[in-house]
Design a protein around this ligand. Structure first.
Ligand code: NAP
Length: 284
């Protein structure tokens, strides 16, 4: 039997519709929501991702400025622009797109994004608050993992979740969000001794690595739920996840597809966060 496909498309559409309705109300109230995406890379897949955010924002009635600083931007250039956007009252959400130029580190530069405009949870303050169970915008991808599981009715309380990947943008915040939901969480990484032994003991496996097909049937317990965060470009211009779907589908109980799983939910959540930030600005 094949694993149930846990699509993210319907959930993403519902989140986008909610964001669009709230954006219209905010515009009516004199606070049209605006997102700024700071870019300092010529990376193709990054450009595609930024265009997809801008397109989705436009459709939802959210203005989206792509601030392209060019590949020659220094860490100071980026920091100053993030600070300026943070001080700009017409801007409600600020994202720093990766990859960054050599010598620039996301965790360092993102401290220049005002906490209340940090709609992709990149400022270390946001991750610290998340870890402390305090309100903060979570990185949209990490939140999308939990949102897609909730949407499909996957219970988290008391379940063992293995998160593969410990980046500050996906693995670590996903682990904190899952802990906040009372899951028992194991975080794996490149130095984990026997990955398959850990992941195959879990009820839910979240793969956030960036290696096509890393997770195979031997990594998954029969009937487990598998969330594939990976987005690995293929030579023919397509996209594959970190999970070898052909191998895993005969063993797992459910699996998120790539594309069409975590990705669309991530983009939709960025829009939701932006209107929430605009709404909070209106209330201040
Ligand atoms: P990253 O910063 O490169 O982190 C990758 C993590 O995977 C690291 O913690 C690394 O361990 C671990 N790892 C590498 N090789 C491993 C192995 N053989 N076994 C176990 N763990 C291993 O990547 P990221 O930014 O978190 O992104 C992860 C994936 O998610 C990528 O495919 C990315 O494109 C995708 N992504 C998707 C979305 C979306 O919206 N769908 C958004 C963001 C990212 P160490 O810490 O030990 O190096």
């Amino acid at each position: 039997m094949s694993a149930t496909v846990l699509s993210g498309r319907e959930l993403a559409a519902a989140i986008r519709a909610g964001a669009a309705a709230q954006a219209a109300e905010l515009a009516e109230a004199g606070t049209p929501p605006k997102l700024a995406v700071v870019v300092a890379t010529a990376d193709e897949s990054s450009a595609w991702y930024v265009r997809s955010i801008a397109g989705a924002a436009e459709k939802a009635g959210i203005a989206c400025d792509i601030v392209d600083l060019g590949t020659g931007a220094s860490p100071d250039d980026i920091r100053h622009r993030l600070a300026a956007l943070s001080a700009d009252e017409s801007v409600h959400g600020v994202i720093l797109q990766t990859p960054l130029p050599d010598g620039a580190k996301l965790e360092d530069l993102a401290s220049a994004i005002a906490f209340e405009k940090d709609v992709d949870g990149a400022n270390p303050l946001s991750l610290g608050r998340l870890a402390s169970g305090l309100p903060a915008f979570a990185p949209a991808t990490a939140e999308a993992v939990v949102a897609i599981l909730d949407h499909h009715g996957v219970e988290l309380t008391g379940r063992h979740v293995a998160v593969v990947g410990r980046s500050t943008v996906v693995g670590k915040p996903a682990a904190h969000l899952l802990l906040n939901r009372n899951a028992t969480v194991t975080v794996c990484h490149s130095r984990t001794g026997d990955l398959a032994a850990v992941t195959s003991a879990a009820d839910v496996v979240v793969a956030a690595v960036g290696r096509a097909g890393l997770i195979t049937a031997e990594h998954v317990r029969a009937g487990a739920v598998v969330v594939d965060v990976g987005t690995n470009p293929t030579e023919d211009g397509g996209l594959v996840g970190d999970v070898d779907a052909a191998s895993v589908t005969g063993k797992a109980g459910a699996l998120t597809p790539v594309p069409g799983g975590v990705g669309p939910v991530t983009t939709a959540l960025l829009l939701r966060h932006t209107v929430e930030a605009a709404s909070a600005a209106l209330d201040r």
